[in-house]
Design a protein around this ligand. Structure first.
Ligand code: ADP
Ligand code: MG
Length: 417
């Protein structure tokens, strides 16, 4: 019964005929009042899992979301399809805030998006206490864990909120990637009650992973980008300086590439992102600041010019390739200097001892990936504790015949003795 009703809402508001994997189970659990934890890859359709219940339940659904830019997009989309939605974040002035509060209290909205920092405000919390909130949705829930790749201390406030509301809301947490340690942190810190869990496909069957060692990175990159200059790609580097140098280097070769990092003006970042989005720039050299929120489907290549700090970041960044399902490549260029850089970045951060230990442990897992003799796709899926998958048959390890050659040589030596 509930299932049919949610299918009607899916069609009515979003225009889709059927649910994607996991969505229906998550929605019906929420509607039955059970907490849920959905770990599903980017593009799996996590948003409708809380948007549909929000539209079906009386009261206001609160959505905690980390990015102001994404918030605005989501709010605009929901407004357009007829689900009254608004947001509360630091872009509003005092007058606007007052007005929003008034309208939310008056029951004008079905969904309200909030930045986690808002939940530090006593005034905001006391407003929330007065509202009927049947559902609290937490997007990018891995941000609540120090083990995650994007820890945000302000996410800790979400758990406190759960305890303060008059009636405990259903808590629905979503993320694209979470190891067992991250999942455990989400459940604990968000004060979740035995959540119903859905974890779907970590495996990306259209991606070919490889780790390239022992090469001159500049030469390799030049050849790589030249031979693919008409298709779209992203080159990730660890530091702003490295982005600048790499972009200038490729530009001097006559290649049209953009740059993106947190040190550029808002205007330049926005412009470069748009040029890339609309294919006026085929290649982008960027730090990890270029990420959440970009939604370009035809990225054919993601090259990591440096070792990322952990597998979570790597998989998220590499996973921006091939969102359209077409075959795409993810190449990681690995050199010994990378470890020095990553260690430097950890030390520079003045983390406490515990956090430092976690960062080093995550970095070690990243280095292990570069040395694994297992299928690279399978190695990643196992890292996240996902379903058992067969070797992909495409990646750098699966297609590497060096070991076989070595064995042959060994065998020949043995024979010649
Ligand atoms: P995620 O947050 O998991 O990355 P989104 O919620 O942004 O994914 O959804 C990705 C895309 O999939 C959106 O364009 C959304 O409209 C679409 N989508 C969601 N549910 C369905 C469905 N049942 N059938 C087809 N497309 C869907
Ligand atoms: Mg999402």
């Amino acid at each position: 019964m509930i299932a049919t009703q949610s299918t009607v809402f899916l069609k009515k508001y979003f225009g889709y005929d059927s649910f994607k994997s996991g969505q229906e189970e998550l929605i019906s659990s929420i509607l039955q009042g059970r907490d849920v934890l959905g770990v599903m890859p980017t593009g799996a359709g996590k948003s409708v899992c809380y948007q549909i219940p929000a539209a079906m339940l009386p009261g206001v659904t609160l959505v905690v979301s980390p990015l102001i830019s994404l918030m605005k997009d989501q709010v605009d989309t929901l407004q357009q399809i007829g689900i009254p939605t608004t947001f509360i974040n630091s872009t509003l002035n005092a007058e606007e805030l007052r007005e929003r509060f008034r309208d939310i209290k008056a029951g004008k909205y079905t969904l309200v998006y909030v930045a986690p920092e808002r939940l530090e405000s006593e005034r905001f919390l006391s407003l929330l206490e007065e509202l009927p909130i049947p559902l609290l949705a937490v997007d990018e829930a891995h941000c609540v864990s120090q083990w995650g790749h994007d820890f945000r201390p302000s996410y800790m406030n979400v758990g406190r909120l759960v305890g303060r509301l008059r009636k405990r809301p259903v808590v629905a947490a979503f993320t694209a990637t979470a190891t067992d340690a991250v999942k455990a942190d989400i459940v604990t810190h968000l004060h979740m009650n035995d959540p119903f869990r859905v974890t779907t496909g970590y495996s990306r069957d259209n991606l070919t992973f490889s780790v390239v060692k022992g090469v001159n990175k500049k030469e390799y990159l030049e050849r790589y980008v030249r031979s693919r200059k008409n298709e779209s790609g992203i080159v990730y580097a660890s530091t702003r300086k490295e982005v600048e140098e790499t972009q200038r280097f490729l530009e001097r070769l006559g290649l049209k590439v953009g740059r993106y990092h947190a040190g550029l003006s808002d205007e330049e970042r926005q412009r470069n992102q748009e040029l890339f989005q609309y294919d006026d720039l085929k290649w982008m050299v960027a730090t990890n600041a270029f990420g959440m929120g970009i939604d370009k489907s035809n990225v054919r290549y993601v090259v990591h010019y440096n070792l990322p700090k952990n597998i979570e970041s790597y998989y998220q960044e590499a996973g921006r390739a091939g969102r359209d399902g077409e075959p795409s490549e993810c190449v990681l260029l690995y050199g010994p200097q990378d470890i020095v850089t990553q260690k430097f970045l950890i030390e520079q951060n003045e983390f406490d001892e515990e956090r430092k230990r976690i960062e080093y442990s995550n970095l070690k897992a990243m280095i292990d990936y570069c040395h694994t003799t297992d299928c690279l796709q399978r190695h990643i899926v196992r890292y996240f504790g996902g379903e058992d998958v067969p070797a992909c048959g495409r990646c750098g390890v699966c297609t590497d015949d060096r070991e076989a050659v070595d064995v042959t040589e060994e065998a020949q030596k043995t024979f010649s003795c």
